[in-house]
Design a protein around this ligand. Sequence first.
Ligand code: FAD
Length: 322
Amino acid sequence: MDGHSDILIIGGGMAGLSAATALAATGQSIIVLDKGRGPGGRMAARRVEISGEKVSFDHGAQYFTARDPAFRETVAGWEAGGVAARWPAAGDDAWVATPGMNACVKAMASKLVVRWGVRAERLLREGDRWQVETDGQSFAAATVLVAVPAEQAAVLLADAAPDLAALAASVTSAPCWAVMAGFDAPLPIAADCYRSDTGPVSWAARNSAKPGRSGVETWVIHASPQRSRALIDLSKEEVAQILLADFFAATGIAPVTPQHIDAHRWLYALPQALKGEGARFDAANGIGIAGDWLHSPRVEGAWLSGRALADAVVQERLASTS
Ligand SMILES: Cc1cc2nc3c(=O)[nH]c(=O)nc-3n(C[C@H](O)[C@H](O)[C@H](O)COP(=O)(O)OP(=O)(O)OC[C@H]3O[C@@H](n4cnc5c(N)ncnc54)[C@H](O)[C@@H]3O)c2cc1C
């Protein structure tokens, strides 16, 4: 056995770590598994070198809101700790993690036991415990919480928890191609954010203008769901050039050759979230689910879903001991 805990959480994005943080505060032992090489999930940051300078691109979530009082309190703590700052260019209630979008997740993970680069492959019920198998490792826990995108949850839970798997299978997520481009001089675009509900580029932002960033002019360009679907099977090199041309056309500036260009395909970027779920916990079998798809397709929705799942687990513990 490679790990043994009261609670095992699969998925160390915002939802999984929100649940882990709340549950760790109750004194339970928690292990989080995440298949990613480092913290972020869809709040990812990619570091590259452009003309000898190290820069970081936020190629997933661009900013987040903090409307719920409990989440606002958490964000205030991140701000005090230097890992979040307001970004007025995106809106009155827009926040970014600093110095890269993964910083809040990284800060949460630093207070927890998280095993990066470990993909959960199989969940087996053995008596009143769960055994989770990964590539060559095995973890045991009384309770398993799954906080991964809906499409991935549906596969992982198919045999272990068919009801939860069916719920996950009812959700479809829109893909998003993201282009990261660096230039040797500022582009002649006054605003730092571009949005469109109808064009092929749904969002573009001057990444280098976000608080806490520095260095060369960098832009992140997101294709609309429709454009992303149309380009879904092309290579990232082809997509980067197509979306860069879309971006120049949308902003009306003359094409400029970038110093650096790359693209990333998010297959499950934005789910059509289930209304009114928040999270689900099957107390009889000690298994639960969280994620933005159970609340709303946003960072704040993921955090609230993780918190709702933690609350459900705690309520169940209280009920069973009273
Ligand atoms: C391109 C894009 C733009 C976005 N823009 C915004 C925005 O501007 N504002 C906003 O609020 N939100 C935005 N979002 C949405 C936001 O990023 C998500 O709602 C939020 O980060 C979801 O968190 P999560 O924890 O539910 O899922 P994730 O962040 O996807 O975390 C799930 C984690 O599970 C891990 N995992 C998956 N399968 C396994 C497995 N089998 N074993 C172990 N680990 C596994 C993954 O590695 C991942 O780290 C955007 C998302 C994308 C992709």
